[in-house]
Design a protein around this ligand. Structure first.
Ligand code: KG4
Ligand code: ZN
Length: 334
């Protein structure tokens, strides 16, 4: 029997816990924090407080669902970073206390590596080496993955993340936070060629989303000055066009990355991989260019502890542990 590991994720605004047994996820619990909605974005201090309130019941539920007793655990894993420092601290302190009280090892996990290794929770699994585009509210990266432990970031955003671009565009149009999913929904009824927005051109495999955000803002300001109902009248077309523009930026760089590396195994991860246009385009690119493409189930795309547990499993097998001196890191390289 392989190891039983309890994993805790608290890098941003979701408190999550999962149990993995011999590489199989037994439970995966996420407590979302509603408190940020009325502020139009995540408020770090409120996130830490909500983590403190949620962490005990979330961990209890994960153990109960898994049917695993604390005494049967072999290690406690936690997200070390990157993320909001106050949020990370809650998970780190909790993990340390529990591991110490049970006399078992700690496994610190890099959140960005975990997003990628979420692809190994279920079939089909990518083969090494593969490329992973990780796109969420906090990250936009293309990573070349050599094995479970060795990964290189070959492209990343110079400013906003792709999810942030969706959320900010939605906010400009008056949609509630987080606007990405609603923008996607409204785009279904719209003409994706109705509008075009200027994008910043950045070299090589880097991304930049600040230019398109500004161009949407200025364009709408001008049109709304002429007609106050402009956004309302064109909402579906605006959403569809913005979505197409952002997705084009992602697939352009992904195509560049496959050409540069010669790798045809292409995966996506993170909350934005829920976007219908990105999923559709990845399918089309896969067919046209002969890529094997991989998208994890949605619950393993957004922030979750199952991905932390999966990564911890590989680290456990490699004998790669942390200790009580391991500190959370707001910024952390892959
Ligand atoms: O991975 P995630 O749950 O949390 C972070 O680590 O940020 O990603 C959340 C992001 C938000 O920006 C949200 O608007 C975006 O993913 N998102 C979407 C869609 N679903 C979630 N963006 C576009 N289309 C969607 N369907
Ligand atoms: Zn994330």
């Amino acid at each position: 029997m392989g190891p039983n590991i309890l994993a805790i994720e608290s890098s941003c605004d979701d408190t999550a816990a999962a149990v993995i047994q011999n590489g199989h996820i037994l439970s995966n619990i996420v407590a979302n924090q509603e408190v940020h909605q009325k502020w139009g974005g995540v408020v770090p201090e409120l996130a830490s407080r909500a983590h403190m309130a949620n962490i005990v019941p979330t961990v209890d539920l994960a153990l109960k669902k898994a049917g695993v007793q604390k005494q049967d655990l072999h290690a406690i894993a936690f997200t070390q970073g990157p993320g909001l420092l106050g949020s990370l601290l809650v998970g780190t302190c909790f993990a340390k206390s529990l591991a110490q009280s049970l006399g078992i090892p700690l496994i610190p996990v890099n959140h960005m590596k975990a997003h990628i290794l979420a692809h190994f929770i279920e079939d089909p699994k990518p083969s090494f080496p593969f490329l992973c585009l990780t796109v969420s509210g906090g990250h936009t990266q293309i990573v070349q993955v050599e094995d479970y432990h060795t990964m290189t970031v070959i492209g990343e955003t110079l400013d906003d993340a792709a999810g942030e671009a969706f959320d900010k565009a939605a906010k400009i149009m008056g949609l509630p936070y987080p606007g990405g999913p609603m923008l996607d929904k409204l785009a279904q009824e719209g003409d994706e060629r109705a509008f075009d927005f200027a994008k910043s051109r950045v070299p090589d495999l880097s991304f930049s989303f600040s230019g398109i955000k500004t161009s949407i803002l200025y364009y709408l300001r001008k049109r709304v000055a002429e007609d106050p109902d402009f956004v309302e009248k064109n909402l579906n077309d605006l959403c569809a066009s913005i979505q197409r523009n952002i997705v084009e930026m992602l697939t352009d760089k992904l195509t560049k990355a496959t050409k540069k590396t010669g790798i045809r195994e292409v995966a996506i991860a993170g909350g934005v991989s829920a976007n219908s246009e990105l999923r559709k385009q990845l399918g089309i690119f896969g067919k046209n260019k002969g890529w094997n493409t991989y998208i994890p189930r949605f619950e393993y795309c957004t922030d979750n502890a199952a991905m932390i547990a999966m990564t911890a499993h590989f680290k456990y097998l490699a004998g790669d542990f942390g200790d009580l001196g391991t500190v959370p890191m707001a910024r952390m390289k892959i």
